[in-house]
Write a protein that binds this ligand. Structure first.
Ligand code: OXD
Ligand code: MN
Length: 612
């Protein structure tokens, strides 16, 4: 069969195995693996998920009956349910998350590692008989639109119906995915069991060479919904390196201007920097009147690949949002709030007297906290700070129809950002791709006293992939650099900082919807319609280039937001150099050279006295 997307640079491998022989053997491979797993975990029953609505409703019914789910107020929140997890199982567990390359060096200093044979033995001992008396669910899923050559498939086996229901929302799950797997052969194998929820018997293991994941002892999203962080980032980053694409921890947002042209921006931020808010932003009043619109393609993960025209094309491999509830409100993100008004699974939120979901930042009063206890401030926040909503992306008012486009969307700009109270300007543009990769490699967030007790501790988190890059960061930077090749028409790269503070600790920039002003400047730079202002650290907006009408921003604040402090930057660029040395000897020389170039630009040699 001819691939209908042959014009993009999709590896031949993807659609090559379509003969009847291959179909028989791939179906066999899938069935054989399921049989092997069943022999190990010994379930009472095996259920192959078809992804139908009837199946979803039946799962909800079972979970309501056994208390896994609690019904919320069906008048105010139709189709909404609450799950309370075990109090010790509320977040990703980075120290128990391992990447098991055959060679330890390939995992890099950025990952925990175990020898694959030892890791399999450890995990198989945990899985031995763990599903006795329980149902084993087989979930075929596709990350990305079913018909897209950029998508990749997986199969998750789990004993947890809450995981099945969440996978139904977060991925294209069921028969269509199974058909694609049977057609292509390739799929990522994911085995999960909730186990005893004993933190001493909890591991999330990745075997990149085998495209396999084994996760035991946690029901929390990032540890248990294996399509998300485990497949779409840790395993996919390895697939992407092998096949010439990028699997990134980025939102994708479309910005439509009054002329009806839409530019797509992919942006990476560490947690707590407002990724979901940026993906769903509401344009400022003046922009709305002029006809600007914002379209959401993704809020967490982005897979990008060069197309035949040299541009990068991106898909969101997910089909839903697994968003943090606290802080989501009518003020911060009305689109998210509208999305979750029906047909949503809430996890670890509080509830009000009339049984509505509640979290800090919403109006109203909670009566029951996330653990099901009467609310008591002595017990901390009523909703767990990492409480979540799981909702289909289609419920978002700004959901882009392009999110289903098999070709993906062309990316105009890549944005890196972090929470930096000082030094980093509101926005700066990289002078070229290599400089952009350096900006991404250097990014990070400064902690605040409120969060950690230690002020101003900077945590570097290159490309926001520190917990998710499934191989050595030095090799990952090299892979990023490799996209700069003849014929490439790469996006411009920017670094933003929405979190710059003044001397009194107040944010200088209003953020949220006003961030569109900065995105508009990026698009203008990409189109070459504004010159920008060259500085040693990058290109900043020149005078009058940022649209600021309708914004209460004083001249002094603007100057501070766009200032470049040479002494501060000299220290920063030296610290970046030191940090990157941690990835030697695999640090690409080109990245080291770029760091040196910026350092030299910040330290121009003294002017020579005129001869004579
Ligand atoms: C997430 C995360 O849940 O990055 O998206 O932790
Ligand atoms: Mn994330």
């Amino acid at each position: 069969m001819q691939c209908q997307y042959a014009q993009t640079t999709v590896p031949a491998l993807l659609f090559a195995k379509t003969s009847e022989d291959t179909m028989a053997s791939t179906l066999e491979a899938l069935e054989r693996w399921v049989d092997e797993v069943a022999a190990l975990v010994r379930p009472a029953k095996i259920h192959w998920c078809d992804g139908s609505e009837a199946e979803y409703q039946a799962l909800l019914g079972d979970m309501l009956a056994d208390g896994t789910l609690v019904e919320l107020n069906q008048q105010t929140h139709p189709g909404c349910y609450l799950h309370r997890s075990h109090p010790s199982d509320v977040a990703r567990v980075e120290h128990l998350t391992l990447v098991c390359h055959p060679d330890e060096i390939d995992a890099g200093p950025n990952n925990h590692w175990m020898d694959p044979a030892a890791a399999h033995a450890k995990m198989d001992a945990l899985f031995d008989g763990c599903m006795e008396g329980r149902t084993m669910y087989v979930i075929p899923y596709c990350m990305g639109p079913i018909a897209s050559p950029l998508s990749r498939c997986g199969v998750e086996i789990t004993d947890n119906p809450y995981v099945v229901a969440n996978m139904k929302i977060m991925t294209r799950m069921g028969d269509a995915a199974r058909e694609r797997i049977e057609r292509e052969g390739d799929f990522v194998r994911g085995l999960h069991s909730t186990g005893e929820l004993d933190p001493e018997r909890r591991f999330i293991m990745h075997f990149p060479a085998e495209r396999t994941i084994k996760s035991y002892g946690s029901g929390y999203g990032g540890n248990a919904l294996l399509g998300k962080k485990c497949h779409a980032l840790r395993i996919a980053s390895n697939q992407a390196r092998d096949e010439g694409w990028l699997a990134e921890h980025m939102l994708i947002v479309g910005i439509e201007n009054p002329q009806g042209e839409t530019h797509y921006i992919a942006a990476a931020f560490p947690s707590a920097c407002g990724k979901t808010n940026l993906a769903m932003l509401i344009p400022p009043e003046g922009y709305r009147q002029d006809g600007w619109k914002v379209w959401t393609v993704g809020d967490d993960i982005c897979w990008m690949r060069p197309g035949a025209d040299g541009r990068l094309y991106a898909i969101n491999p997910e089909a839903g949002f697994f968003g943090v509830a606290p802080g989501t409100s009518g003020d911060t993100n009305p689109n998210a709030l509208a999305s979750i008004s029906h047909d949503t699974i809430f996890t670890n939120v509080a509830v009000t007297a009339d049984n509505q979901p509640w979290w800090e930042g919403l109006p109203g009063t909670p009566v029951t906290d996330w653990q099901g206890r009467p609310c008591d401030p002595a017990n901390g926040p009523a909703a767990h700070p990492n409480s979540r909503f799981t909702v289909s992306a289609r419920q978002c008012p700004t959901w882009s129809e392009k999110a289903e486009d098999a070709q993906g969307v062309p990316i105009t700009a890549i944005v890196f950002g972090g929470r930096r109270p000082s030094l980093l300007p509101l926005v700066m543009e990289a002078r070229n791709w290599t400089h952009g990769v350096l900006m991404g490699a250097a990014m990070g967030s400064e902690t605040t006293a409120a969060a950690t007790g230690a002020v101003g501790v900077l945590r570097r988190d290159p490309m926001a992939m520190k917990p998710f890059c499934g191989y050595h960061y030095g090799d990952y930077f090299r892979h990023w650099l490799s996209f700069d090749r003849p014929g490439a028409k790469l996006p411009k790269v920017f670094h933003v900082n929405w979190f710059r503070k003044d001397g009194n600790g107040r944010f200088l920039w209003p953020g949220y919807g006003e961030n569109l002003r900065v995105l508009e400047w990026m698009i203008a730079r990409a189109q070459g319609t504004v010159p920008g202002r060259e500085t040693p650290v990058g290109i900043l907006p020149g005078a009058g280039e940022l649209r600021l009408d309708g914004l209460d921003l004083g001249r002094a604040a603007l100057d501070e937001l766009l200032a470049v402090d040479p002494a501060g930057w000299q220290a920063e660029i030296a610290a970046i150099g030191e940090y990157l040395e941690g990835y030697a000897p695999r640090l690409p020389p080109a990245l080291h050279a770029e760091q040196q170039r910026v350092a030299a630009a910040l330290n121009p040699p003294p002017l020579q006295a005129a001869a004579g």
